[in-house]
Design a protein around this ligand. Sequence first.
Ligand code: BTN
Length: 237
Amino acid sequence: FDVEYHDAIPSTNARARDLAGEGTTDVVVLADEQTGGRGRLDREWHSPSGGIWLSVLFRPDVPMAGTPVFTLAAAVAATRAAREAGVEAVIKWPNDVLVEVDGEERKLVGILTEMEGEADRVSWVVVGIGVNANVDPDDIPAETAPTSLSAVRGEPVDRRRFTQRLLEAFDTVGSDPDAVLDSWRDYSTTLGRAVRIDTSQGTVTGEAVDIEYPGSLVVDTGEERVTVAAGDCDHLR
Ligand code: BTN
């Protein structure tokens, strides 16, 4: 993978999408600061200097339906890198990386995957990963309940090393869906808990019992097992 570094850029995902449009592949776009960072549901993603804001562009030989596993792989990779840096991160379904701070789960990493292609084969995938690394959580809007690696550790992380570990872990785990799901289970804070999931088809409440390829949550409602492909997940306790 080539690395393209920017001191400041509107969004590494937008840049990676442009590169995809030009026919490029196997690039990591990395920035110290994003001036127009985007989150899921087109929300703003605050990206001050000191964070790790990156996007990985690649062209896997998979159908569109297989792409959620790459998002899970990114969550696994970020969690592994955080734990190596001494931060006990966990994953909330599907791909929020959280850390417990004073009994409250706070967000450390956000992931936004974008892609294009046909149903039976993707043309390109961009996995955008935003790590609140050496940033002050007070500089990030409070609605996301943010924390950062430096806030949890009490000292900054080596961003270069962290990024290297993150990308290595993504590369290792990313090509093997079973390995992704196994690691995801290990790191999950959702499995075994009572959850409420808002989906486009309504609300599912019950106990989260497993994750299935390509990233669906299996919920035991007490009456039946429901497989939820996508939705907003709340931990009830
Ligand atoms: C979310 O949790 O809503 C996803 C946040 C994704 C943020 C990352 S930072 C690097 C990449 N570039 C962007 O504009 N967004 C992603």
